[in-house]
Design a protein around this ligand. Sequence first.
Ligand SMILES: O=C[C@H](O)COP(=O)(O)O
Length: 214
Amino acid sequence: MLVLINLKTYPCDPIAVATAAREVDETTTARIAVAPQAAHLERVAETGVETWAQHVDPIEHGSNTGHALAETVSEAGAVGTLLNHSERRLRLADIDGSLEAARRADLETIVCANNPAQIGAAAALGPDAVAVEPPKLIGTGTPVSQADPDVVEDAVDAAAAAGEDVSVLCGAGISTGEDVVAARELGAEGVLLASGVAKADDPRAALEALVEPL
Ligand SMILES: O=C[C@H](O)COP(=O)(O)O
């Protein structure tokens, strides 16, 4: 199971979380990765943890002030990028363009989507993975795997129907090992989570508990 911790812009210490994630990763069969803010990518990658960007733009080198260039993200140490997160929505053409930019820079890709129908459309664009996240459950601590298990199963079916080899993750409200196991039982190959670790009093303990039952 991929356990991807999105630090969003939470006021946590990204290096402390990344260091804990790298150390916990060595104790588990799960694959733990961290997605910090762009300005923290390099320092997070230096901890040795698998590092992801939260976003890249559909651009090349050139006159693109304020954008995130996939090559620069890669040079900073990221091995993958989220795209179209619920808090960083893109138009369809921009998702496609950002996927192209990420491929050009050899970044792995996860396209987020709100529901199974969007998952089908996102999977058809050929990312490495898609992540289904009902926006209303994000940050609530109520796991999608419990509140809306059909969404996860339907997303797995929608991705398979797209005919591409695309893994499915689920996210929103995931904060315990039980939630991760439930996600796996619904067909997800990973989880995308944030507040359960980034806002925890002890992020290392939260991570250990997340992967303990795997
Ligand atoms: O990227 C992570 C998701 O938006 C889930 O956030 P959450 O774990 O705080 O619900």
